[in-house]
Design a protein around this ligand. Sequence first.
Ligand code: AFP
Length: 330
Amino acid sequence: MPPVTLDRFILESEHAHPGATGELSQLLMRFGLAGKRIASELAMAGLKKELGSASTTNVQGEEQKKLDVLANEILLETFDYGGLVSLAASEEMVEAFVYTGNADGHYAILFDPMDGSSNIDVNGSLGTIFSIRRRGERGEADLLASGRRQIAAGYILFGPATLLVYTCGEAVHAFALDPSIGEFLLTDRFVRMPARGRGYAANEGRSLGWPPQVRAFTEYLKEFDPESGRPYSTRYSGSLVADFHRILLEGGIYYYPTDATGGGKPKGKLRVLYECHPLALLAERAGGRASTGYQDVLDIVPEALHARTPIAIGSSAEVSLYEKFLKGQG
Ligand code: AFP
C-alpha cells in the first residue's frame, strides 16, 4: 500500500463530496506548504541566528520573537495568490490583512503563526494553529462570530516530527512530515480523543491568581484515589499545541483560567479566534470538549479580533468535571 500524502487524502476526500469546488482542498494543502516552510526555518534557526527577540511587541504587548514574525510572513505569502483568500487575521497583526489582489476571495484565514514562542530559544515544541472561515461582506467585522462558523481548522506541531492535524467536517485526521520526500503522510484517519485521561496541563505556578474553584479542581486531581485514576500527572510544555496533541491522543485536560495575579489576565490568556476556536473544533470533532467553565468555547462570539477567554479543553469527562467545580458542584 503506497503512503497516502496529504494532497492525495484531501483530494480523495473532496471527491467523496459531490459539488465540492476544490477551493477548500487548495487552502488546506497550502497550510501544509506553509508548515513545511516554517519547519525548515525552525530546523535552521539556531544556525542562521534567527532565534531571539525581534525587538517589537504584538498587539497584546507581548514580545515578538524573530520567528513569530517570520512564520507570520510565510503564512501571509502562502495565500497571496490564487484569488481564494481575501482576508487574514493573525495573533501577530493589529488588524486583519486585506489581500488587495484577491478582493473577491471567498475565504478568510486566521492563525497563530508560532504558538508557544517561549520555547523557540530552547528548542522546545512549537505550533502553528489555523482556522478557515467564509468571508462575509463586512470584512473584519464578520470574523467576530461563533466558532461554529469555522469551515476547517487545524494545527502544525513542530516537535521531534512535524505533524499536521486538521478537521474539515466531521472527523480529525493526522499526518507526519517525511522530510526525506518533503511530504506529509497520513498517520491517523478519524482520530478519537479518549473520553477520560490521566494527565492535566496548566501553569500551576500562577494558581494563586486562579478562581478558588479551579484551585479546588486541581487539588482534586492530585488526591490519591487509585479507583478513580487519581492522582493525575502534570504535563505542561508552554506550547498549547503540544499539550493539546498529547491530550488528543492520550486524553486529559488543558486549562488556562482567569488569572488575577498582579492584575494579570482577568479574561485568561488564550485568544478566542486564533487558539481557542480552532482547537475547540478539533476537540469536538474528535469526541472531546472545550469550555470556559460556563459555556462551550465554540459558542463564544468574540467582541474583538484579539479577544481572550478562559478555557478548559480535552476529554469530555475532565472538562465536564471542571465545569462542575466552577459552578461549585464539584
Ligand atoms: P505564546 O504563543 O505567546 O508563547 O503563548 C503561548 C500560549 O498561548 C500557549 O501556547 C501556552 O499554553 C500558554 O500561552 C503559556 O502561557 P504561560 O507562560 O502563561 O503558561
